[in-house]
Design a protein around this ligand. Structure first.
Ligand code: LLP
Length: 427
């Protein structure tokens, strides 16, 4: 459920019409619903309440400071993957002690930055990284905590670019090697490696891969505990799905029903790292139709957003539901369906202005006939939308707007041409 709803044939975010927002900020723009963000966070917290987990919102999914701040105020910690995300999390008012830091290539500068900040957990991805972290904590005489990321060799049944827990992935250490690594490295004066970490991919639209991964890692923890090693924390990562199409993803309570029974008597502090399940349906990308172009073979709806604004369709062939923000009577969109059963639809490729054929938001999509100047909403764009956007083709990045009730706040202004060149050293 989200708070992007049609009222009197017009799309609203909470209490504000999209048209009103566009009058103020133009297109393309991202519009987020604050209440949806917080509701999604709370839904996860409620579903998993029995475990009292630390929920670390995955900053990479949607990184705007206002959104991070909103979630921190709701109780979230942060999952970060770079010094920049750590900086962002702190700027947003997040507590570094409630942050976890994953990533296969943390630099010494980033490690020092995290130690200075008092980071909660380093999620360790390899033995060389572990040795380096032990060296730095010992040199600086700073006590810190770490969780070893386990690669359980499980197929999350998602796009190959976002599957992270299969054997040949660059992430974590093979589960078969984990015992030997913990035994060799766990006893250290400064680095307390008393946790394990999992993140097997994203999005995972079923519970089975999670169950399989957790069961495998619990067996590992059992063995380690029997040998006298203290493991007190398990970070189960992110990866919950979102409804790009109707009912595509299990709801939080379904994930919880599968996972909580496995974990509740484990004596482990549980950490979670959801991103998409909080942010995806909390945001849309609004774009304007520039032209309708008919060729012999195809019709194109040419819009003013491009793959630089939302790269998911180009990169993963991801499906995003698209519909006009103002509709004729009777054309209420069927909830995120790939082939709406409505009269007088026309088949379009919805494309952007960028000089690549991959700059296409939808192939052969059935839409009400488009008109120049009308606004289209690209739904489920809150996660990995703006955060993956770029200035490719020297296109200033879009504006971001956060709506709460009837209040609208510009949380990132549209970039200017000056912004495009300001970091370039040119005299
Ligand atoms: N934790 C770690 C260590 C991660 O690498 C990720 C996502 C998450 C948590 C959050 O996963 P989520 O709950 O959002 O599924 N750009 C892709 C998704 C890449 C995910 C990268 N890691 C997309 O647009 O689908």
């Amino acid at each position: 459920m989200d708070l992007f709803q049609y009222r009197n044939n017009e799309l609203f975010c909470e209490e504000v019409s999209i048209e009103q927002i566009v009058r103020d900020v133009g297109t393309p723009c991202y519009v987020y619903s604050a209440s949806t963000l917080v509701n999604h966070y709370k839904r996860i917290a409620d579903a998993f309440a029995e475990l009292d987990p630390l929920i670390c919102y995955s900053i990479k999914s949607c990184s705007n400071l206002h959104i991070c701040k909103l979630l921190a105020s709701a109780g979230a910690g942060f999952d970060v993957v770079s010094g920049g995300e750590l900086y962002r999390g702190i700027q947003a008012g997040g507590d570094p002690a409630k942050m976890v830091y994953a990533g296969v290539g943390k630099t010494d500068a980033e490690i020092n930055q995290a130690l200075d900040a008092g980071l909660g957990w380093f999620n360790i991805e390899s033995v060389p990284e572990l040795e380096n972290l032990q060296k730095i904590t010992a040199q600086r005489k700073i006590v810190s905590r770490a969780a070893l990321r386990i690669n359980p060799d499980i197929d999350p049944k998602t796009h190959r670019y976002t599957a992270t827990g299969k054997k040949h992935s660059k992430f974590g250490v093979a589960i078969e090697r984990a015992e030997e690594i913990v035994k060799k490295y766990a006893k250290h004066d400064y680095l307390r490696m008393t946790g394990l970490h999992l993140h097997i991919g994203s999005p995972i639209n079923s519970t089975e891969p999670f169950i399989e991964a957790i069961e495998k890692v619990l067996r590992l923890i059992d063995g380690l505990r029997k040998d006298g090693f203290e493991i007190d924390t398990l970070d189960i990562g992110g990866g919950f799905g979102a409804d790009y199409t109707k009912d595509q993803s299990p709801v939080s309570t379904t994930y919880a029903a599968a996972m909580v029974p496995l974990l509740k008597n484990s004596g482990l502090k549980i950490i979670m790292e959801p991103g998409r399940s909080i942010a995806a349906n909390s945001g849309i990308l609004v774009t304007q139709v520039l032209f309708e172009k008919d060729s012999e073979e195809k019709s194109f709806a040419i819009v003013d957003a491009g793959m630089n604004d939302l790269i998911r369709p180009a990169l993963y062939e991801a499906f995003h539901f698209i519909w006009p923000t103002k509709i004729a009577q009777g054309m209420l969109p069927p909830v995120r369906s790939e082939r709406p059963d409505l009269p007088n639809l026309k088949k379009y490729d919805v494309v952007g202005p960028i000089c690549e054929s991959g700059d296409c938001f939808a192939h052969d999509r059935y839409l009400p006939r488009v008109n120049r100047g009308e606004l289209m909403a690209i739904f489920t764009a809150g996660a990995y939308g703006f955060s993956m956007s770029s200035q490719y083709n020297s296109r200033p990045r879009a504006a971001e707007v956060l709506v709460q009730g009837n209040l609208t706040r510009l949380i990132r202004r549209r970039e200017t041409y000056q912004d495009l060149i300001q970091a370039e050293v040119f005299e």
